[in-house]
Write a protein that binds this ligand. Structure first.
Ligand code: GAR
Length: 191
């Protein structure tokens, strides 16, 4: 059997995108076959290019057009879409076409600090403002509700009262680097 192909969707920095590409470059069964962004200036695109993974940018209109997206994903024979800091809402036709095959990472212990506008640093600032004693990462299936899909797994880390939002971000990010690729690998093995 051939390799299972992942598409990573990323809007920004792309540290998870790079981590996923590197992790699966050692795999006989899985590869990151496509990196897709909604932003031409996403650093994730640079990382993909440097690591030899095909990458592309789609406009908002294209992302929401099934006659663009479905043939594209078919062309790359994509088994799973992995969101890694991808900000646009995923359109319903994609959620339906890839039921339980679109996965997102969120930088808090959902349902805490999720929903519209809660991404990246906004989340870590909210964790600080709430005085939470722990934070963590959530991997969940993507549904049509922002951050609302079924939770697959969470990893947590304790916080100290003097942790700044940057400290919180750093602790949480370590979890993402450590666990996200292996979670994806396990999900793909079960497909
Ligand atoms: C990650 O921390 C991810 O959890 C978060 O964006 C960051 C992307 O970093 N996602 C969200 O906030 C989704 N609501 P990266 O571009 O370096 O991978």
């Amino acid at each position: 059997m051939g390799k299972k192909n992942i598409a990573v969707f990323a809007s920004g920095e792309g540290s998870n995108c790079e981590n996923l590409i590197r992790y699966f470059s050692g795999s006989d069964d899985i590869r990151v076959a496509l990196v897709l962004s909604n932003r031409t200036d996403a650093y994730a695109l640079v990382r993909a290019r440097e690591l030899g993974v095909p990458s592309m940018v789609v406009t908002k209109v294209e992302l929401n057009d099934e006659s663009v997206m479905l043939p594209l994903l078919r062309k790359y024979d994509i088994s799973m879409i992995v969101l890694a800091g991808f900000l646009p809402i995923i359109p319903d036709f994609l959620v339906n076409a890839y039921t339980h095959r679109i996965v997102n990472i969120h930088p808090s212990l959902l349902p805490r600090h999720g929903g519209k506008g809660m991404w990246g640093h906004h989340v870590h600032e909210a964790v600080k403002a709430a005085g939470d004693t722990e934070t963590g990462m959530t991997v969940h299936y993507v549904s049509s509700v922002c951050d609302g899909g079924e939770i697959i797994v969470q990893y947590s880390v304790p916080l100290s009262p003097d942790d700044t939002p940057d400290d919180i971000a750093e602790k949480e990010h370590e979890l993402e680097m450590k666990y996200y690729p292996a979670v994806i690998e396990q999900l793909l093995e079960e497909l």
